[in-house]
Design a protein around this ligand. Structure first.
Ligand SMILES: Cc1cc2nc3c(=O)[nH]c(=O)nc-3n(C[C@H](O)[C@H](O)[C@H](O)COP(=O)(O)O)c2cc1C
Length: 353
């Protein structure tokens, strides 16, 4: 057996291995976007709109990538985003992703659309977990779920708000493939999502207030895509503003999350933590987001590809490679601590690649 470090030396290699291991249906489910896939492409391309302002001769022989997220220590500022139906990618699904995150000293965000129960993932996890909430039922349903997740030891609740209507992912639609709900044991008893996500469509800031009142855990709102909504998060006592367009899977022609970070961080002004996801596949991407004001980033597809390539080890290898690239980017820009980078480290540039 070739060790995973020798087998996979770049993320692209992992991506290719994932594609080879998956059926076309599952590959497209895991990697596609909504409609024209402009949001999906822009998430990556917008990374090129920023270049570094490198500093030299600053003794970068010791580099510190540790930080905290909502009071929890992170060995690296990269967490694994919540993703549904991970059992399709690997038989160990969420259990493997939770283990990979713990092994690398970071956090796994568990989706509501999980085949495993929160208690099972908590039992397998070796690091902190956050629970991502897709709200289906009434208050009694949500409260019971919150109590359950709190009791299982989860450390935060992330309400996803960018799914008022399910995006038209045409790669799936044309194959007549709909993995939604297939795996979620938490949505049992509800009609399949196709028949209407009425509760998700009817969510308002009142529901955010209700969640804030009802759980003792920190509250994260995932899917913020405007400065105005980031300000509202702060007004409603949200602990973390999570900038995301769902990896380009929901609204087409959505803003690229990296381009919102600076303005959102400025508007939030330290009153909540800011995290971001969407297209983070390089250490340099991560460093740019931190410089612009994010506390940490989350990775979705990159972690999913690691899972599909080699289970927990593959997902951990993705984090390891991003960590390595981040340290190299920090050294070559003259930075020794992820907690000390600021907007002066980047400037906007024409996307001339
Ligand atoms: C296969 C897949 C399933 C996802 N399922 C969920 C989900 O159940 N809940 C959620 O809030 N976000 C979900 N997302 C979005 C991710 O949490 C994250 O926002 C996105 O993947 C980040 O972009 P990236 O894939 O470019 O890193 C999913 C993403 C993927 C790729």
């Amino acid at each position: 057996m070739v060790a995973v470090e020798q087998q996979f030396v770049t993320l692209n290699e992992i991506r290719r291995a994932a594609r080879a291991n998956l059926s076309p249906e599952v590959w497209d489910y895991a990697s596609g976007g909504a409609e024209t896939e402009t949001s999906l492409r822009r998430n990556r391309r917008a990374m090129s709109n920023y270049v570094f302002v490198p500093r030299v001769l600053r003794d970068v022989s010791h580099i510190d990538t540790t930080t905290t997220f909502l009071g929890m220590p992170l060995a690296l500022p990269i967490m694994i985003a919540p993703m549904g139906s991970m059992f399709l990618l690997h038989p160990d699904g969420d259990l493997a992703l939770a283990r990979a995150a713990g092994q690398m000293g970071t956090i796994y965000w568990l989706s509501t659309m999980t085949r495993w129960l929160p208690e099972e993932v908590a039992a397998a996890a070796t690091g902190p977990l956050i629970f991502q909430l897709y709200w289906r039922g009434d208050h009694a349903w949500a409260e019971a779920l919150l109590r359950r997740v709190e009791a299982a030891g989860f450390r935060g609740i992330a309400l996803t708000v960018d799914t008022a209507a399910y995006g038209r992912r045409e790669r799936d639609i044309e194959k007549r493939y709909d993995p939604r709900g297939q795996g979620s044991r938490l949505w049992q008893g509800f009609p399949p999502p196709l028949q209407g996500d009425a509760r998700m469509a009817s969510l308002t800031w009142d529901d955010v207030d209700w969640l804030k009142r009802t759980t003792r855990l920190p509250l994260i709102v995932k899917g913020i895509q405007s400065v105005e909504d980031a300000r509202l998060c702060v007004e409603h006592g949200v602990d973390c503003v999570y900038i995301s367009n769902h990896g380009g899977r929901q609204l087409d022609y959505a803003p690229a999350p990296i381009e919102l970070v600076a303005e959102v961080a400025e508007a939030v002004a330290g009153r909540a933590e800011v995290v971001v996801d969407g297209g983070f596949q390089r250490g340099t991407d991560v460093l740019k987001a931190l410089a612009l004001g994010a506390r940490a980033v989350c990775i979705g597809k990159a972690a999913a590809w690691g899972l599909a390539a080699a289970g927990a080890e593959g997902a951990a290898r993705v984090l390891e490679l991003l960590h390595l690239e981040l340290r190299i980017a920090m050294a070559n820009t003259g930075q020794t601590s992820v907690r000390e980078v600021g907007p002066w480290l980047v400037r906007r540039a024409c996307a001339c690649e």
